[in-house]
Every structure is written in structure tokens, then in C-alpha cells.
Design a protein around this ligand. Structure first.
Ligand code: ADP
Ligand code: ADP
Length: 226
């Protein structure tokens, strides 16, 4: 079963920027997959399309077999998204943000509290649970978005530059957490422009350049050629 199956995806933004020029790629269930490429290559556009935040211009996307065009709700419920920008209400504390998120998915409050406690502890945010989120450091805010993305227990976690601007120690602990989640069976796709990060974490890798997939291979085989 593919977690993600992209066929011939193109994206032309209003104004004419051709961000994706026919991307096809498959990600296996259980994989830890990196999309690597320079700024402006089309990484965010690709994951925006998978998570249905960006409309594709052409092509077909399925998520665990659900077609984005005809089975959008089923497809969306499989995905947890960690965007690049902090898009939560910074006046709310972490615990409330997580419980509210669970509410959007119809998860009962009692279960929401159990999950929130688990993720806040695993991501070292438990002590900050009742503090307004704006008081958190950048790394904590990013971890809060990871916890939020996991509240409905998605089968696929998508992260856009998850460790951008995070110092090396916190980055390492985030890597460990993502590896743990992956070992528990969650498929992970992340974008990065650090080869080192992809190398540390990922089994397979796609390289995007100017809207085209120029490489799609195992990390091992890529490193063997460098
Ligand atoms: P990456 O994530 O690899 O940095 P993006 O997917 O963000 O690349 O961008 C790919 C191209 O599309 C770039 O040229 C970027 O300027 C353009 N782009 C991204 N978002 C928009 C948008 N909303 N409207 C117009 N152009 C966009
Ligand atoms: P969609 O086709 O998915 O609806 P849009 O083309 O409407 O996306 O783009 C969303 C907004 O982002 C637009 O208002 C656009 O002007 C703005 N935008 C333009 N250029 C960029 C860029 N390089 N990066 C991010 N956003 C951009």
C-alpha cells in the first residue's frame, strides 16, 4: 500500500509561476521520506498539494488509496501536517491548543486529555502546558505543532522544514522523537534543505529542483554515489 501516490502533478500559481512541472512519486506505508531541494524548488507546494492546502493544476493524488479529488475527507483524516509557519493562536496555552484540535476531529475530551498529556511529555512541553504559547521558544512552538498534528493519530505525518531555526540539541531530540513515531508505524515525509538532516533520518529521498523530481532513491544508494 502506498501512503502517497502522486501522478503527473503540475502547479501553476496565479500570476504564472510554474512551481511543479509534472511530479510523480510514490511513498510506501511506513517509510521515512525526505524531499530535499533548494529554496523555491517546489517542496512546500508539493506537500501543500498532498495536504490539500494548495490546489493542483493537473495530476492525481491518492493518500492511502483515497483520491484527493473524490475522497477528500477520508484522505485528510490520514494526514497530520506540521507547517513551516506558526499558525496556532499564540494567546492560547499548549494544552488548550491540543484539546481544541482533538475537538475538530470529534475526539472526546477525556481521550484528548490522555493524548495531549502523552505528547506534551514526550516533546518536553508538559511544564509549559498552561503558559500562553507566545512565551514558548521557537523550538517549543515547532514541537507544539508536531503534537497538534498527532492528536487525531494520523497514519502519515508531513513536516515542512521541521527544524528550521532550531538549535542543534533540540534538533537532535526532535529527530529522536520522529524516529520513535516512525517505528510505531507512522509514515513520515519531511522537506528539508539540509542533506545532513535527510541523511540522519530518512530511508528514501526525493530531490526536487525547479519543479521537477530529479532524483528518487534510497538514502543508502544516494550516499554511495556521493
Ligand atoms: P520550496 O518549498 O522548495 O522553497 P515552494 O513550493 O515554496 O518551494 O515554491 C516554488 C515556487 O512557487 C517558487 O518560485 C515560489 O516563489 C512560488 N510560489 C510558492 N507559493 C506561491 C504562491 N502562493 N503564489 C505564487 N507563487 C508561489
Ligand atoms: P492557489 O492557486 O492554491 O489558490 P494562489 O495562487 O491563490 O494559490 O496563491 C495564494 C496567495 O499567495 C496569493 O494571494 C498569492 O498572491 C500569494 N503569493 C504570491 N507569490 C507568492 C510567493 N512567492 N510565495 C508565497 N505566496 C505568494
Amino acid at each position: 500500500m502506498y501512503a502517497i501516490d502522486l501522478k503527473g502533478i503540475t502547479k501553476i500559481y496565479k500570476g504564472g509561476v510554474e512551481a511543479l512541472k509534472g511530479i510523480s512519486l510514490q511513498v510506501q506505508e511506513g517509510d521515512f521520506y525526505a524531499l530535499l531541494g533548494p529554496n523555491g524548488a517546489g517542496k512546500s507546494t508539493t506537500i501543500g498539494i498532498i495536504s490539500s492546502l494548495v490546489n493542483k493544476s493537473a495530476g492525481k493524488v491518492t493518500v492511502f488509496g483515497y483520491d484527493l479529488d473524490t475522497q477528500l475527507e477520508q484522505a485528510k483524516s490520514q494526514i497530520g501536517l506540521v507547517p513551516q509557519e506558526f499558525n496556532f493562536n499564540q494567546f492560547e496555552p499548549p494544552l488548550q491548543i491540543l484539546v481544541n484540535q482533538a475537538g475538530y476531529y470529534g475526539i472526546k475530551r477525556k481521550e484528548a486529555l490522555v493524548r495531549a498529556e502523552k505528547y506534551l511529555k514526550q516533546l518536553d512541553l508538559w511544564e509549559k502546558r498552561d503558559q500562553p504559547s507566545r512565551e514558548l521558544s521557537g523550538g517549543m512552538k515547532r514541537r507544539l505543532m508536531i503534537a497538534r498534528a498527532l492528536m487525531h493519530e494520523p497514519r502519515l505525518l508531513i513536516l515542512d522544514e521541521p527544524t528550521a531555526g532550531v538549535d542543534i540539541e533540540v534538533r537532535r531530540s526532535m529527530w529522536e522523537f520522529l524516529q520513535l513515531i516512525n517505528q510505531q508505524g507512522v509514515t513520515i515525509i519531511l522537506t528539508t534543505h539540509y542533506l545532513e538532516e535527510a541523511e540522519m533520518l530518512c530511508r528514501n529521498i526525493g530531490i526536487i529542483d525547479k519543479g521537477r523530481l530529479v532524483e528518487n532513491t534510497s538514502m543508502k544508494s544516494l550516499l554511495g554515489r556521493l
